[in-house]
Design a protein. Structure first.
Length: 321
């Protein structure tokens, strides 16, 4: 997320991209559980991204699910893969995992610029670039386009929410860990306020309802970087968008609460279903966890080895969609 300690706010102005693929290049990486962890680069118009791609050992050019994973501030694609353990799960579940990597030229601390107005809309800014990269990988590999999901941590979680709301034709489910709702901020000042106290509710309502796709949210209740109110905002925004899809009709949403314990952390999970029984949102509050990926690998940054395995639960959620 934004470096609050430094008191500095990076702003990088650049033009929106058309989302046209210029080039991609993937190079073989090390084997992990029988699969390959590839490194590549992608260019679209005036911007480029480095990325990592996990291809499971069972890949035989037959359509597999794809999960796009967006790291948080100060992280790299490889670090995020290690901390979340998603590659190991992808080997078991047989899915591809794409890790776009933010450039330090776009943000000095490699944060996704979720808080800038230039990155809030379809076909603009970083959402357009990540969507174009995703589509280029779909073109190169056999991907089941009905099972493409996006998830992220912190600034990556906030960007995952933006991608789900602006590209519902591409992404079918969203995972947000310790992130914020779409349009929670439009500049550095409002970003700091939203991270500290939650966003202004008036900013989260879109006069033109966007498509609604299912979301799973994780947040620690002792997060000192991004207040847990923001996770409730993500869920509320998703439900409101779902309700707006049928104007003039009365739609009902039922909520089921569950409490439990996993790996030394207690949790509360709220599951929101519509009148047909479909899950709209799943909201996990991890008690005693700070700004860290729940159930993660301690060898990666911003992880808490205790608690429910967020990666496993997200992959389960994506598969159900």
């Amino acid at each position: 997320m934004i470096d609050l300690a430094s008191g500095s706010w990076p702003f990088f102005g650049f033009n929106p991209w058309a989302g046209v693929l210029e080039s991609t290049n993937a190079a073989p990486g090390t084997l992990q559980g029988g699969g390959e962890f590839l490194s590549g680069s992608f260019a679209s118009d005036s911007r480029s991204l480095q990325y990592k791609l996990y291809v499971p050992g069972g890949y035989r050019n037959e359509p597999l699910p794809l999960v796009v994973m967006l790291h948080g501030c100060g992280q790299s694609a490889a670090d995020f893969a290690l901390g979340t353990g998603m590659n190991e799960l992808a080997e078991q579940a047989q899915c591809l995992v794409l890790y776009p990597e933010q450039s330090s030229q776009a943000n000095w601390n490699r944060c996704w610029n979720w808080y800038e107005q230039a990155h809030h809309e379809r076909d603009e800014g970083e959402p357009a670039l990540i969507a174009a990269l995703t589509r280029s990988l779909i073109a190169q590999y056999a991907v089941d386009e009905s099972r493409v999901s996006v998830a992220g941590l912190s600034s990556g979680g906030a960007m995952a929410v933006i991608l789900g709301r602006t590209y519902p034709d591409l992404f079918k489910a969203v995972g947000c860990h310790s992130g914020l709702a779409h349009r929670s901020a439009t500049d550095g000042f409002s970003a700091m306020s939203a991270m500290r106290d939650g966003a202004d509710p008036a900013c989260l309502t879109n006069p033109t309802p966007l498509a609604s796709i299912p979301v799973i949210v994780f947040h620690g209740d002792v997060d000192r970087t991004v207040h847990q109110k923001n996770s409730a905002d993500v869920v509320r925004q998703t439900i409101e968008c779902h309700m707006a899809q049928a104007p003039g009709q009365v739609r009902e949403v039922a909520m089921h609460e569950e409490t439990g314990e996993a790996s030394g952390r207690s949790f509360t999970r709220h599951t929101h279903r519509d009148e047909t029984g479909d899950v709209i949102a799943e909201h996990w509050t991890i008690h005693g966890t700070g700004h860290a990926w729940s159930g993660g690998n301690s060898h990666g940054s911003y992880t808490d080895a205790s608690g429910p395995d967020a990666s496993k639960e997200m992959l389960r959620f994506f598969t159900q969609q």
